[in-house]
Design a protein around this ligand. Structure first.
Ligand code: AMP
Length: 217
C-alpha cells in the first residue's frame, strides 16, 4: 500500500497506520515521530523543533521535505508506505507530488479520517504515549489504559502526556490544522485518490481502505 493518512490531530492516523502495517508490512512514516526523535537527540536543531512542536506550530516545509526526500527513497519504502502526518500543507503536498514523479512512485490512495471536534478534543486530552522514542505506544486513560498505571505494556518505560497535548497546545494545533492542513482535502479530492471515512471505529476504517484497494486492483 502507498497511502497518505490525512486527518486532524487525534483523528487516529497513527493507530490506523499500525493496523495497516500489520496487514502487509507497509512502513509507517510519521513525521511527528521523526521530529520527536530529533528533539530527543537534543542540540540546537532539536531545541528549535521542540519550540515549534510544544507551541502547536508546524515545522518549516523545507525541513520536512528534506527529511522526506531521503526517507521515501530508503529501501523499506519500495513495497509500501503509510504517510502519517505528512503532507500537512499545500506546499508540502505539491513538493511530494514532484518527488513521487521523480522517483516514479504512484500513490494508491489518500485516506481522510473524519471525526467530530468534540471527539477529537476528548481523544487528545485523554491520550497518553510511551516516552521511549523507539516504542511510542499510544494509550488512552479512558478506553485503553496501560495494565500497570503509567507503565508501558510493551517496553516498560513511562507512559506520559505529550507536552503538545496540553489544552493550549491542542487548541493551537487544531487552529493550525484548520488553516494549513484542511485545504489538502480539496487538493486530493481533485486527484480522484481521496477516500473519506468516519474515524470513530478504527477497524471499520481498515475495512473501508481494504475494500477500496480491492476495487482499484
Ligand atoms: P503529530 O505527531 O503528527 O501530531 O505531529 C506533532 C507535531 O510535529 C506537529 O504539531 C507539528 O509541530 C510537527 N509536525 C509533524 N509533521 C509535520 C509536518 N508534515 N509538517 C510540519 N510540522 C509537522
Amino acid at each position: 500500500m502507498k497511502l497518505i493518512l490525512l486527518g486532524a490531530p487525534g483523528a487516529g492516523k497513527g493507530t490506523i497506520a499500525k493496523l495497516l502495517f500489520a496487514i502487509d508490512g507497509s512502513v509507517q512514516i510519521s513525521t511527528g515521530d521523526i521530529l520527536r526523535g530529533a528533539v530527543e537527540a537534543g542540540g540546537e536543531f532539536g531545541a528549535r523543533v521542540h519550540a515549534r512542536i510544544s507551541r502547536g506550530e508546524l515545522v518549516e516545509d523545507e525541513l520536512i521535505m528534506e527529511l522526506m526526500e531521503s526517507r521515501l527513497q530508503q529501501p523499506d519504502c519500495a513495497d509500501g508506505f503509510l504517510l502519517d502526518g505528512f503532507p500537512r500543507t499545500i506546499p508540502q503536498a505539491e513538493a511530494l507530488e514532484a518527488l513521487l514523479a521523480k522517483i516514479r512512485v504512484r500513490l494508491d490512495m489518500v485516506v481522510n479520517l473524519e471525526l467530530s471536534e468534540q471527539l477529537i478534543l476528548q481523544r487528545l486530552t485523554t491520550r497518553r504515549t510511551c516516552e521511549n522514542p523507539d516504542c511510542q505506544a499510544i494509550y488512552n486513560v479512558l478506553s485503553k489504559p496501560p495494565k500497570a498505571q503509567g507503565i508501558c505494556d510493551i517496553c516498560g518505560s513511562k507512559v506520559v502526556q505529550r507536552d503538545d497535548e496540553t489544552e493550549a497546545a491542542i487548541q493551537q494545533r487544531l487552529r493550525t490544522y484548520a488553516e494549513k492542513t484542511a485545504p489538502l482535502i480539496d487538493f486530493y479530492q481533485k486527484t480522484g485518490l481521496l477516500l473519506r471515512v468516519g474515524a470513530e471505529d478504527s477497524e471499520k476504517v481498515v475495512t473501508a481502505v481494504r475494500a477500496r484497494l480491492r476495487q482499484n486492483a
